[in-house]
Design a protein around this ligand. Structure first.
Ligand SMILES: NC(=O)c1ccc[n+]([C@@H]2O[C@H](COP(=O)([O-])OP(=O)(O)OC[C@H]3O[C@@H](n4cnc5c(N)ncnc54)[C@H](O)[C@@H]3O)[C@@H](O)[C@H]2O)c1
Ligand SMILES: [Zn+2]
Length: 666
């Protein structure tokens, strides 16, 4: 083959993938496939140095700066890392290090390679001045406001033992839990889910609305210290120092002296890394001593004193046998692909999730298709593509069912939502079982001695169909059941009895009302204090509560409007569960804002958004979620969305800043 042509082809492909990846936060192909192309190009350039272009993607960091943020020049370039996929590459790296250090002893620090976005934090006199993206490695975007939403990141540090100016670098990420709830929200709104937590993180840190960034609960791990005036001898010393000072430093790093020790570190984390709150795609191996790092130096694109080892690709290729439809606790129907079992990242995979009907359409799944299955950060692998070359002629396309597979009710798909759901929420068996499991969990009624299997058994025997039935259970119902001894019966009954003391907020959460998670339940109890008051609350009163949007309000109205739910609540009240709790009353500071309505947008100097909401409410005002002609004030913070501003201006709404707001109540 014409080498030069292949090189051009590779460059074009890599540039396309880089553009999508760094600018649009999209992966058009898997990382492993991308790395193969890049490595092929590196190889060809090494063999044909005359053809190597100075601006080849092998010579540059893949990202770039954007026009939406101010760009700043890095004091120290932010580079990439060389990649290895096997032991031999690691040993080659070690040999190069050995040569470079001319026989001097050295040690490595191994860290996990966190899969998020690189961030740089600039400190002056111990104060965080700027948060910057990697950009093209030389210049990055100033995203300070977004970076400041990371709660675990201290914004200042006692600077006594530190140089006047220094830089910390780390990986910004979206915790898997935030990623999942964001995708749940998206799917409830009928928007396509975000592909993976990393793309979600890079997209989020580049958002204009910092308040939205804050809502997404971003996090970071710090992994390096840089300064022209470095007080530390070694990398590990700096990690320990900043850990001590309260910075988020993952305690997963380890000192290793030999390649064998590194290999056992790699082994150690191969599976355990799946238990971390974020995705990792490998490990990073760094020379510990700063002066040795300096002597080894850099290539155009990466340091010579560090390398990344990537865990083998987690993609499998297998055939799709059928699709089943699972009904969840809240009635959501999720398609699940049944696969011909295949080995993937250490486990045998038989099933993969497909999310919803949109995703089924997007993948265009046909009977007998061969599919690509990938393990992201989620525990359940998902289908990421179809191998069209293996599709059989005349294969039928899978159709989403019209009726609930468990109870036969006609499925509903709300306008704008991606999910179908079964509306028979009080009688559909998987929903009933799901609600029971939800009810007994630790964060809800914490009924310790009952697990899923017991629920399944009680349910199948008709002993327990809803939470209230639990409180009617008596020892004589359980005696004689297989596996139930005197002792275990006692334990079950006493943990049910104990749950009667669980505070109202947990009971409310335990009811499993759509969209009412633990935090929302707490908010509701804070404002309404009792079930009676909450039941009476109107839609308008509900949406006034901070964090309660229209979707949640409607869900509560629907819940309390259902006869079966009312009966259930009556029985639970008879059983003497807690339905009242004083969390914190709204103490009115003044009535200065009485009769006035507010929408807030953007980020504020003196307030968190929720604090500002409470401030408005505690001064008698109302907080609305959207702008209409009836609105009195729009409180505008920094980085507020342009659409909101435009709308407010077109309706002649008074737009005030934080200080003007404060003067309204002082
Ligand atoms: N799928 C695609 O289309 C596509 C396109 C472009 C790039 N990529 C992926 O991105 C990678 C290239 O990106 P890159 O240039 O950012 O290199 P890289 O991600 O492989 O390595 C450098 C980055 O690692 C991160 N990192 C995580 N933990 C670290 C730690 N403990 N210490 C130091 N750094 C740590 C830093 O953010 C640093 O910028 C490729 O390997 C490829 O997998 C994929
Ligand atoms: Zn059903």
């Amino acid at each position: 083959m014409d080498v030069r042509k292949r090189m051009d082809e590779l460059i074009a492909l890599i540039n396309t993938y880089n553009q999508a990846y760094y600018q649009e936060h999209k992966s058009l192909i898997s990382d492993h496939a991308f790395d193969l192309l890049l490595n092929e190009l590196i190889q060809l350039e090494a063999e044909n140095p005359l053809f190597a272009l100075p601006d080849s993607p092998t010579q540059r960091v893949g990202g770039s700066i954007t026009k939406t943020f101010q760009s700043v020049t890095h004091q120290f370039p932010m580079l990439s890392l060389g990649n290895t996929y096997n032991e031999k590459d690691l040993r080659d790296f070690d040999e190069r290090v050995q040569k470079g250090l001319e026989g001097e002893p050295y040690e490595y620090i191994c860290e996990l390679k966190f899969d998020g976005v690189a961030l740089s934090f600039w400190f002056e006199n111990g104060i965080l001045q700027k948060g910057v993206t990697r950009g093209d490695g030389t210049r990055g975007d100033d995203i300070t406001n977004n970076v400041k939403t990371i709660r675990s990141l201290p914004l200042k540090i006692n600077s006594k033992n530190l140089p006047q100016s220094f830089e910390l670098r780390g990986e910004g990420y979206m915790p898997l839990s935030s990623f999942e709830s964001l995708n749940e929200e998206k799917s409830a709104k009928g928007e396509p889910p975000l592909a993976n937590p990393r793309n979600a993180a890079s997209g989020t840190f580049k958002m204009q609305d910092s308040a939205e960034v804050a809502r997404r609960k971003m996090e970071c791990f710090i992994y390096s210290f840089l300064s022209n005036d470095n007080p530390f001898q070694t990398h590990s010393e700096s990690l320990e120092y900043f850990k001590e000072a309260g910075f988020p430093i993952s305690q997963t790093w380890k000192k290793c002296s030999t390649i064998d020790e590194i290999l056992s570190y790699i082994d150690f984390w191969a599976d355990r890394r799946n238990e971390l709150p974020l995705n990792t795609d490998g490990i990073v191996i760094k020379i510990n001593d700063f002066s040795q790092q300096e002597r080894l130096g850099f290539t155009a694109k990466s340091p010579r004193w560090a390398i990344a080892f990537k865990y083998p690709s987690e993609i499998a290729h297998t055939s799709l046998e059928s699709i089943s439809y699972q009904v969840g606790r809240t009635g959501n129907v999720t398609p699940v692909a049944n696969l011909k079992p295949v080995y993937l990242a250490g486990t045998m995979v038989k099933r993969a999730s497909v999310h919803n009907a949109n995703e089924m359409d997007r993948l265009d799944l046909h009977e007998g298709d061969w599919v690509f299955v990938e393990k992201g950060g989620e525990i359940i692998p998902k289908i990421t593509g179809v191998d069209l070359q293996k599709r059989k002629d005349g294969a039928l396309k899978f159709q989403f069912p019209q009726n609930c597979p468990d109870c036969g009710s006609e499925l509903i798909r709300l306008e704008g939502e991606a999910n179908h759901y079964c509306p028979n929420d009080t009688k559909c068996p998987p929903q009933q079982k799901g609600k029971l499991e939800h009810f007994i969990q630790r964060k809800a009624l914490n009924i310790e001695n009952i697990g899923s299997e017991t629920i399944e058994l009680f349910y199948s025997l008709g002993l327990v169909r809803n939470p209230a039935d639990l409180y009617d259970l008596k020892a004589e119902n359980l005696v004689g059941l297989e596996g139930f001894q005197q002792k275990s019966i006692q334990n079950i009954l006493s943990s049910i009895e104990k749950s009667k003391q669980i505070p109202f907020r947990q009971v409310l959460f335990g009811l499993g009302i759509r969209h009412v998670g633990a935090t929302i339940a707490e908010k509701l109890v804070q404002v309404f204090h009792s079930l009676e008051k909450l039941k009476e609350a109107s839609f308008e009163q509900l949406v006034e509560v901070p964090e309660i949007g229209e979707r949640i309000a409607q869900s509560l109205i629907d819940y309390f409007g259902n006869e079966d739910n009312i009966k259930l609540l009556e029985r639970l009240q008879e059983a003497k569960l807690q339905f009242e709790e004083e969390i914190k009353e709204i103490v009115y500071e003044s009535k200065a804002l009485e009769g006035k309505s507010f929408v807030i947008s953007g980020v504020f100097k003196n307030f968190e958004r929720d604090d500002l909401k409470s401030k408005i409410i505690s001064n008698g005002g109302k907080v609305l979620s959207s702008i209409s002609s009836k609105l009195d004030f729009l409180v505008a913070g920094e980085n507020m969305g342009p659409a909101k501003l435009e709308k407010a201006q077109s309706l002649n709404i008074k737009i005030i800043n934080e200080d003007e707001f404060l003067s309204l109540i002082s």
